[in-house]
Design a protein around this ligand. Structure first.
Ligand code: SAM
Length: 258
């Protein structure tokens, strides 16, 4: 927690809005996507999906494959409480939708489904996209799957696997957008990044959640942005994004999202 507070102070000091950005690629991304205030009709689906989970009184026995929760103790958790305390926030969910739409991503990978708040945002970004989402806990995934069906989200393929096994079995697949939202451990996150280098192309984007969750996550993020394959990297505090566009000079941006 101290690490997060200290990092946030540093972030605010270093961060820029659109005015300090001199790269046309990043400027367009900030103005046309990050700061896009359009009220997309798809936002209603995100709202209804969240509402359905928020009013779900059932309990699920969760097996956490990652770093565990800072909120919950024990494994039996109420669906409504998981969404309230540990689910992706509304603003981020909308941003994930906008990112997938902006980049016109067609083949998408999410590591960490949980109850599917991120998955639904990716799914409604383009009904013809293929969304692959990976989750280790079978009970959580079953609940997410029930809701995907209820909301007629037919472009989602679920994979009940640990991330490492999924990545080892999918070395040839190329993804346009990859969202890494689980297992907030620095060493393993760095391992996922290295393994995912096989799955990216020139225009792929990788999004890492919670890069300031702990010192080791921040250290992993620093190593990721220093990697020779990465050209543009963007720190929005909650998320770190990396790009591999060979036409861009290597450059790091710290951006406050509007
Ligand atoms: C923060 S939650 C994901 C939140 C979700 N993306 C959302 O939008 O609400 C992380 C999830 O990743 C799963 N997870 C963590 N580490 C994993 C691993 N190594 N393999 C498989 N699943 C893992 C956890 O079980 C948990 O459900």
């Amino acid at each position: 927690m101290i690490h997060q507070s200290k990092s946030y102070i540093k972030f605010v000091r270093l961060s820029k809005n659109k005015h300090g950005v001199h790269s046309p690629f990043v400027y367009d991304l900030v103005t046309k996507c990050f700061n896009d205030k359009t009220k997309y009709p798809e936002y209603h689906i995100l709202k209804s999906y969240r509402k359905a989970l928020r009013s779900d009184p059932s309990m699920i026995e969760m097996k956490d494959f990652g770093q565990g929760s800072r909120v919950f103790k024990g494994n039996a958790r109420k669906v409504s409480s998981v969404v309230k305390n540990a689910g992706m926030k509304k603003k981020r969910q909308k941003m994930l939708f906008r990112l997938a739409s902006y980049f016109k991503s067609e083949n998408i990978l999410e590591l960490g489904t949980s109850l599917g708040l991120g998955t639904v945002a990716l799914s409604v970004s383009n009904e013809f996209a293929a969304i692959h989402t990976v989750e280790g806990c079978p009970n959580t995934l079953r609940k997410a799957q029930d809701n995907f069906e209820k909301f007629n989200l037919h472009n989602i393929e679920i994979h009940q696997k640990v991330f490492k096994d999924f990545l080892a079995a999918n070395v040839l697949e190329k993804y346009d957008l990859i969202f890494i939202d689980g297992d907030h451990n620095g060493e393993r996150t760095l391992g996922y990044f290295k393994s995912l280098l096989k799955n990216v192309h020139n225009d792929s984007v990788l999004i890492f959640d919670d890069i300031y969750w702990s010192k080791d996550m921040t250290a992993a993020w620093q190593q990721i942005i220093a990697d020779e394959n990465v050209t543009v990297s963007i720190d929005t505090f909650q998320w770190g994004m990396v790009f591999f566009r060979k036409e861009q000079p290597k450059q790091h941006f710290v951006i406050r999202v509007g």
